[in-house]
Design a protein around this ligand. Structure first.
Ligand code: SF4
Length: 317
């Protein structure tokens, strides 16, 4: 395996600071927007490959090579996290990569961010059960809102997904967190939240994260839920944690020579403001801003104005 310091990372991104995961190195196991859902709030843009087919979208050997090269740098990382711009469990090699990390790099914890849609498959549950933490999304309690908010692959139905999450909970010894993304006027009604509460009691996860729109989503009509509503919903759902973004610790200050590569790989997977980028990268805005401007001028990034400010996102070429 290569440990060449000039290695170009295609499947790794970040590391980014995270409230729950500390410093987290991202691993993207699918090509951009290969997903079983096409969520209206998706920060990575519209799903271009809506699929339920599991295959090796990204070569497992390539992922292992990149991990070996990156981890040889001995940087401070708490978690290696499967996430990115699609659904990680669609890669049939995810179990292989988790076992590789557990055997060769036991000092790092492993997390998975999943949309839960494949958890009704016993093979998927077996492959991911050795992760230390799984954050599983569930954005609806009724089929109608599932179709409206998540725009799923036609083969999917919500009840099977809920059964899959509950079955995974029974066999998973790590920490299972559920995440609910509130879309104003859709999945935030009293009736929906009452049903959700019953479903969550059945699943019996270790916690619930409440999220809402903070950056450009796929659909312009999608509106965030306000802070008071978020707080009331959190109280109703028995203390669900409201997602907030965490600034980078000082030791994460990026070497200037890595800046361009990290900016592109990070923003390509999720839109950020210059202020967000500055916190993630650990450098001040005055340093980051000219680099963002250059990446926009060279069409590597695009910009979009939102309530919270000017966001930088992957340009559509
Ligand atoms: S939010 Fe996640 S699950 Fe939904 S479309 Fe985007 S990548 Fe897929």
């Amino acid at each position: 395996m290569s440990t060449d310091c000039t290695f170009t990372y295609k499947t790794l991104f970040g590391p980014v600071p995270s409230r729950r995961l500390g410093i987290s190195l991202g691993v993207d196991l699918v090509r951009h927007k290969t997903c079983s859902l096409d969520c209206v709030y998706c920060e990575c843009g519209a799903t271009t490959h809506l699929t339920m087919k599991r295959k090796e979208y990204v070569s497992v050997d390539r992922v292992k090579d990149e991990l070996v090269a990156y981890l040889s740098r001995d940087e401070k990382i708490n978690y290696i996290t499967f996430s990115g711009s699609g659904e990680p469990t669609l890669n049939e090699g995810i179990g292989d990569v988790i076992q590789f990390l557990k055997s060769d790099y036991p000092q790092y914890k492993v997390a998975l961010l999943t949309n839960s849609t494949l958890l009704d498959q016993p093979a998927v549950r077996r492959q991911i059960k050795d992760a230390d933490m799984v954050m599983a999304s569930l954005d609806a309690a009724t089929e109608a809102q599932f179709r409206r908010v998540n725009r799923p692959h036609p083969k999917l139905d919500l009840n099977s997904i809920i059964d899959g999450i509950a079955a995974f909970r029974k066999m998973f010894c790590g920490r299972l967190l559920m995440e609910y993304f509130l879309v104003n006027g859709c999945n935030d009604s009293a009736e929906e939240l009452m049903k959700l509460k019953r479903i969550l009691r059945r699943i019996d996860a270790d916690g619930l994260l409440l999220n809402t729109l903070d950056r450009p989503g796929t659909q312009a009509w999608v509106q965030p839920v306000g802070p008071d509503r978020l707080k009331n919903t959190s109280d109703f759902l028995e203390g669900a944690e409201i997602v907030k973004y965490k600034p980078a610790p000082p030791e994460m200050a990026t070497r200037h020579e890595d800046l361009m590569e990290r900016l592109v790989s990070t923003v390509r997977r999720r839109p950020y403001t210059a202020q967000d980028v500055s916190q993630i990268i650990g450098l001040d805005v005055e340093t980051v801003q000219p680099v963002l401007d250059r990446l926009v001028a060279s069409n590597q990034l695009a910009m979009r104005q939102m309530d919270r400010g000017l966001f930088y996102l992957a340009s559509i070429k």
